[in-house]
Design a protein around this ligand. Structure first.
Ligand SMILES: [Zn+2]
Length: 446
């Protein structure tokens, strides 16, 4: 029996840091420019009051995950460890402010707020404190998942909820997962800091296979923390797992306990935007598409939005096939639609294709180009004239006597083969319907 649980760190999208007014946009800023005495722990500096925007965003997440918000003063603790990215020698981390939630059949044990450390580039020995003090929430699940598939579905759903709430600071990097996994007869192993769902799936598969192999060889699985090496596709042992005592947790005397106002919770509950499962139900109801297609679309927020806009312009059937194709291509690239620049090109592509201006092979080619080349702009492609198609049909007929003979003896499949040859030769510039018509005529004449 496999047991999988997660600790998910989300960098919250707020203007300023958790305990000071420095901006959070650490990716765009020059190193060590978004800093002040508080987030670099200068002697004598004291944290400012807790950033209310952090509380609002954190409570929204907790409510969307069906958690109870604790109605009592929340303490911030100092969690000690020693590393160049942590100027205070401790990280401020709150007690859980939300507990007992549930998503996708997985129990959410607790959520707490903490501050991100800075960034330390080990090889170059460079420290950048722009990130120091950026607000994080940590979402902790119970180890309720028993298969990699369940784990993947949970993370996709959670990620969609966070996207719908628009709370992730940098969606490409702001969602980091620690996965813990154990199988019957072995200790729990934690794989730290995996930054994509695809990466989590690979790491889990690797770990489960490793545990089974170890047990089969009669070896013991020790409790430890491992690192996921994305490039090599393996996990590597980091250290024996710290226990709570190693961190010497203690309440931070500089931060008075914070009580989340029940009136605020009520206000935020009333403001909750449409969430993925609600949108799925609405798409099924309003557009009559099946539940699994609807779920596929809504799990990627932008794709769900695109489906709705295309359905209004080109009809439900066209929008469905367009978005399913698009999802397939995105899956292949392990991307969310939001990561594709200049997305209005997709609407342009739909216009060309559903307006009969480009053929299906060209549409497929353009779709891939849009995803892979930010500069590519889809444009109408000149269609070949009937005469030009006829010319090519002659050549194809000459070059494929066997297929022609098959067709003549009643093998209808041979016609598809010949049409395919024309489409390939013309790189999709021949309308397949015209090509079939002309081919039939020419074969008739033989
Ligand atoms: Zn600061």
């Amino acid at each position: 029996m496999v047991r999988i649980g997660f600790e998910i760190h989300v960098q919250l999208k707020t203007k300023s840091k958790l305990f000071c007014s420095c901006p959070t946009n650490f990716l765009e800023a020059e190193p060590n420019t978004n800093i002040c005495p508080v987030c670099t722990a200068q002697p004598g500096s004291k944290p400012e009051g807790i950033n209310e925007e952090v509380i609002r965003k954190a409570v929204m997440v907790a409510l969307a995950l069906n958690c109870k918000i604790r109605d009592e003063p929340l303490r911030f603790l100092r969690k000690h460890y020693f590393y160049p990215d942590l100027p205070n020698n401790y990280q401020r981390t709150s007690e859980p402010f939300a507990v007992d939630g549930e998503l996708n059949g997985v129990r959410i044990r607790e959520i707490h707020i903490e501050e991100d450390p800075g960034r330390y580039e080990l090889r170059e020995g460079i420290v950048d404190y722009n990130r120091s003090g950026v607000p994080l929430i940590e979402i902790v699940t119970e180890p309720d998942m028993t298969t990699v598939e369940e784990a993947r579905n949970f993370l996709k759903h959670l990620r969609a909820v966070l996207d719908y709430l628009d709370v992730i600071l940098y969606p490409e990097i702001g969602f980091r997962v620690d996965a813990n996994v154990s199988i019957e007869g072995g200790e729990r192993v934690e794989v730290k800091n995996i930054n994509s769902i695809h990466g989590v799936v690979r790491a889990l598969k690797y770990e489960i296979a490793r545990h089974k192999r170890m047990l089969a060889m009669g070896k013991k699985i020790v409790r430890e923390t491992r690192h996921w090496d994305e490039v090599r596709g393996v996990t590597v042992s980091l250290r024996e797992k710290e226990t709570a005592e190693d961190y010497r947790y203690m309440p931070d005397p500089d931060i008075p306990p914070y009580h989340i106002d029940p009136a605020l919770v009520k206000e935020l509950r009333a403001k909750m935007p449409e969430l993925p499962h609600q949108k799925r139900d609405r798409l099924v109801r309003e557009y009559g598409i099946d539940e699994s297609a609807a779920w596929t679309f809504v799990l990627d927020k932008e794709l769900g939005d695109l489906f709705e806009s295309l359905a209004k312009q080109f009809g439900v059937k066209n929008a469905t096939s367009f978005c399913l194709n698009l999802r397939g291509e995105l899956n292949y690239r392990d991307k969310y639609l939001a990561e594709i620049p200049n997305r209005e090109r997709l609407t342009k592509l739909a216009e060309l294709y559903f307006g009969g201006k480009i053929t299906k092979p060209v549409y497929v080619e353009y779709l891939r180009k849009i995803l892979d080349d930010p500069a590519f702009v889809p444009a109408e492609q000149e269609q070949l004239s009937d005469d030009a198609i006829r010319q090519i049909a002659h050549e194809i007929i000459k070059a494929n006597p066997q297929a022609v003979a098959d067709y003549k003896s009643g093998e209808k499949k041979a016609l598809n083969f010949l049409v395919g040859q024309i489409v390939a030769r013309t790189k999709g510039r021949a309308d397949p319907k015209r090509a079939i018509q002309i081919l039939r005529e020419e074969l008739q004449r033989l």
